[in-house]
Write a protein of this length. Structure first.
Length: 71
């Protein structure tokens, strides 16, 4: 994370990510959605570094239906 963004998190928001992360790093996680079938195969995967962009619910539901039908 750039120093300017660290400053925003620490001073403006009161969030010290180094205290939140077990390794002391200033990193943020990437939100992701996975559907894993019964044979431990990934049936659907979605990740985006923009936390505002999430998987479409209909796509996740379709993957769940597909996984349930392919036992």
């Amino acid at each position: 994370m750039p120093a300017t963004l660290k400053d925003v998190y620490a001073n403006a928001l009161g969030v010290d990510l180094s205290m939140q992360n077990a390794d002391g790093s200033w990193t943020l996680t990437v939100p992701a959605t996975f559907v894993v079938g019964q044979q431990c195969r990934i049936r659907f995967a979605f990740a985006n570094t923009d936390w505002r962009v999430r998987a479409e619910p209909e796509d996740v539901l379709a993957a769940l239906r597909d996984a349930a039908n392919s036992r």
